[in-house]
Design a protein around this ligand. Structure first.
Ligand code: ARG
Length: 519
């Protein structure tokens, strides 16, 4: 067989004819011109504009495939050299210079065969019919699946990098606020005093799991479907491991039908991104509420003003984080809706899958920086926060804990303090009032169990916090220990990310060297 044979295995893969001179989506192309003439549905079929996202990926996939084809004696060295040289020119010309076609795969192939001329200048010198050998032993089906994974892993790494940087900033700010007492809430009501550091670490901890999820997904994303052809393999003696290595993939999606059909890695990445989005939108909502209560002063960069109400300083960036991260949730829904019920093997619906993932990762990557930036640059008014932390008898649990620690069964202690809270009508009871409630419920004042100074301490928000030094609790000493552990986890994640980047860079260098040895 010659390199001009195509292994696109079904008629649906066929492509319109083309004059090959115009970057317009749906313009005719030299590839498979014999099958379909142009018509009104051509533009509808085209993903060329969306495919800009995988332009660089497609060039890399083409290069690795051609290098492998010539190493395997499937394509003559001379033709491989000419194709690889043309691919360099296509890269320099850019996605915008591509001739029309159904997609970037077809447009690049057309450019390699026919060349690109613009305003009388030759941007790509076409290889001629021998350029058609590039598509030997593959299909756009395995090609696009490889491009998606190649690009997706870059996006996962970019999101991971943003997350790791964001977590570092959060831990830095937290370390400055281990003693900044603030109200902690349940049901949006003041519940128990905590600290700004403890609140920040609650989000850093969630983002650390989000990081784990993405690191885990990365290993499944980073497998090569290339060499599966349309879905049914190929009679050519392809070396799938070789193209995988040249592209930095860590192994294969082995079954050819699975390789072209599978988009589960888009789903899990989008789900992980949507989970990050959910974490961030919770943080954003907290900050919006804090801003409205005067518990945080946002940096002007993260606020906006009203065009009519001169006094307003609104937390718009956080509101947009809340809104923008919704795009990731929507993306997950869109993706699952697109994929659900698709039969084996390739179906053109799949062309609509990638965009949901791209939008999800973009929305979340942007939002991490803004949400973290808002928290990291904000002022936390310590006095105001401390006063608010004690309001509404938020120290009540501390008093009950104190009694329970002195031998009163916790349920009884809860009952005493609950009655004192009801009697105080939303205020914090004094020691005298608490003693009176003790007499009423226990037959003895509270000072029969604990001394007055200890009760005063429990009623003081800072001391109340300091008492809760259990692992993961808000006491400054507990948070300090947590910060050490969290920093250790962050460093380990940073190393995993660096290692992945190092492996990809090494593969890219190797591909460059191989390409240069054939050009
Ligand atoms: N543009 C297509 C996509 O993104 C490429 C695959 C076309 N294959 C086919 N059999 N029509 O999915």
């Amino acid at each position: 067989m010659t390199g001009e044979d195509s292994t696109d295995g079904d008629g649906a893969d066929d492509t319109p004819a083309s004059d090959g001179t115009d970057a317009e989506a749906g313009a005719e192309s030299v590839v498979r011109r014999e099958r379909f003439a142009g018509g009104p549905a051509r533009e509808f079929l085209s993903s060329l504009a969306d495919d800009e996202r995988i332009f660089a990926a497609d060039l890399a996939v083409d290069r690795a495939h051609v290098v492998m084809l010539t190493e395997q004696d499937i394509v003559p060295e001379e033709d491989a050299g000419a194709i690889l040289a043309a691919l360099d020119e296509v890269e320099a010309a850019g996605h915008g210079a591509l001739p029309g076609g159904e997609d970037v795969h077809e447009a690049i192939e057309t450019a390699v065969i026919e060349g690109i001329e613009r305003d009388g200048e030759v941007l790509v010198a076409g290889v001629g019919p021998a350029g058609g050998r590039m598509h030997t032993a593959r299909s756009r089906n395995d090609e696009v699946a490889a491009c998606i994974r190649y690009r997706l892993r870059e996006d996962v790494l970019a999101l991971l990098e943003t997350l790791i940087e964001g977590r570092e900033r959060l831990l830095d700010v937290a370390s400055e606020h281990t003693e900044t007492v603030m109200p902690g809430y349940t049901h949006r009501q003041p519940a128990q005093p905590t600290t700004v550091a403890h609140w920040i670490c609650s989000y850093e901890g969630a983002l650390a799991r989000d990081t784990e999820r993405l690191l885990d997904a990365y290993d499944r994303v980073n497998r090569s479907p290339l060499g599966a052809a349309a879905f049914a393999g190929t009679p050519f003696d392809v070396d799938r491991e070789r193209t995988a290595d040249l592209l930095g993939f860590d192994g294969l999606v082995e079954n050819a039908m699975d390789a072209v059909s599978a988009r589960d890695v888009l789903v899990e990445t989008t789900a992980a991104a949507a989970t990050v989005g959910t974490t961030l939108s919770g943080l954003a909502e907290d900050v919006v509420a804090f801003a409205s209560d005067g518990h945080v002063e946002l940096d002007d960069d993260y606020a906006s003003t009203s065009s009519i109400m001169p006094q307003k300083k609104n937390p718009d960036t956080l509101e947009l984080v809340r809104g923008r991260t919704g795009d990731a949730t929507a993306g997950l829904d869109g993706l699952l809706t697109t994929l659900k019920g698709l039969p084996r093997a390739y179906n053109r619906d799949l062309q609509r899958a990638g965009r949901h993932a791209w939008d999800a990762v973009d929305s979340v990557t942007e939002s991490v920086e803004v949400a973290v930036g808002a928290v990291a640059t904000a002022e936390w008014p310590a006095d105001r926060l401390a006063a608010a932390a004690g309001e509404g008898f938020a120290t009540a649990t501390g008093v009950a804990d104190l009694l329970a620690g002195a031998g009163v069964p916790f349920r009884t202690a809860h009952e005493v303090v609950a009655k004192a809270a009801a009697d105080a009508e939303g205020n914090t009871p004094t020691v005298t009032e608490l003693n009176a409630t003790g007499e009423a419920v226990l037959g003895e004042p509270l000072t029969a169990y604990v001394d007055a100074a200890a009760i005063e301490a429990a009623l003081d928000p800072a001391e109340n916090v300091a008492a809760r030094d259990s692992r993961g609790g808000p006491a400054p000493v507990a948070v300090e220990t947590h910060l050490d552990r969290a920093t250790g986890r962050l460093d380990a994640d940073g190393e995993l990310l660096a290692e992945k980047r190092r492996l990809l860079a090494a593969a890219a260098d190797e591909l460059d060297r191989e390409v240069n040895s054939h050009v």
